[in-house]
Design a protein around this ligand. Sequence first.
Ligand SMILES: C[S@@+](CC[C@H](N)C(=O)[O-])C[C@H]1O[C@@H](n2cnc3c(N)ncnc32)[C@H](O)[C@@H]1O
Length: 402
Amino acid sequence: MTTSLPHYHWLASPEGDRYLREATEWRRSGLTDLKIGERLRAVLDAERSALVLTQIDLRDRAATKFADAARMLFTRAGLEQSTSEQIAHHRAGRFAGSPHIVDLCCGIGGDLMAMAALQVPLTAVDLDPVHLFLAEYNARLVDPNVQLTTILADVREVEIDPMAAVFIDPARRTAGGKRVGYQSEPPIDWAIGLAYRANAVAIKTAPGIPHDLLPEGWEMEHISLGPDLKEAVMWSPGLAGEFAGHGQYRVPPHRATVIAGSEVHSIRGSHIDVLHTVEPMPGQWLHDVNPAVTNAGMVWELAEAIEANLIDPQIGFLVSDSPATSPFSTSYRVLEVLPWHEKRVKQALVALDAGPVDIRRRGLAGDVPTITKRLRGTGKQRILLAMTRVDDRPTAIICAVE
Ligand SMILES: C[S@@+](CC[C@H](N)C(=O)[O-])C[C@H]1O[C@@H](n2cnc3c(N)ncnc32)[C@H](O)[C@@H]1O
């Protein structure tokens, strides 16, 4: 069955809404999907029954991304590609004060919903008619009176208001759903060119985007939700933070942001003198750096902020004599440090009464799931094992998880 716009019009109608509510109640009361399907088919045709079942499943899945998921409407692909609410709100904050915001490639409206809360005139563009319809439906849940113009078109064909701030979240999957790194449709180069046509531009992209694609005067922000790195945003000068100076005096235009619950923590690039590396020792603390910081290339900045040392100029682990209280890293007490040799590491773990082992691999090759299986013990001590390089030597740093 291909789900088309009329199906979604029905789901959004009072009748569709009634069945969605009923089916949700049945699911909450413990009825299996098989039974719910039977009940639905007793009153609806097979197509609409399947639509309702799929939609209540998508709403349940969406609850980790959106507080209001139980009222929103989704497509499966649209949900997977959507920005979660916490990140969308953080990002939308920089658009406050713009006279007009244009959301290009709006999808099912994850970002548009956060923009709808700003009470600014909005324009949303997508070439998928279902996504465009759902973007408007979901944005009106935030503000029923939102000033919103929707345009069903290829974004390359749309005229851009030169006074607008433009946000673009280009598709990063093939038609078959495969992820394609930072390659996107439309491509990043095209999105960067929007800066010549609008007042300001923000581009959501994959965290692995090469830093040298960032044009002069722009900012790149890497964003994690808790420990998980989610995305990078390229901000044109009109929306970028203050990065003083020019040329060699310019502060590196990077920012790492970690969102944890309702708290948002950011650090910015700065000029750092060369830092020395130290050998980690038992009794010290190893700091596992959040991937937003490592991908932003800001491990040195964090080392300075938490008064820790590098173990290697290229590696995202830091070490110091005390644990750090930082949203950008997690600290573990070092129990043992030895050259990386799996058999010797296993012996050391047995001697430490190791139970579950959580491996962080940085700078060494190896298949983490397989090695984890081989090293896992039956003891009581939970272990974090850094499989890494210290001053370029393959090293195991065995730490306690307390
Ligand atoms: C990554 S999703 C957007 C997700 C959205 N920001 C959200 O939070 O829900 C990308 C969207 O771009 C649309 N798209 C891809 N190429 C496009 C193009 N050339 N013109 C307009 N829309 C396009 C897709 O239909 C899809 O809905």
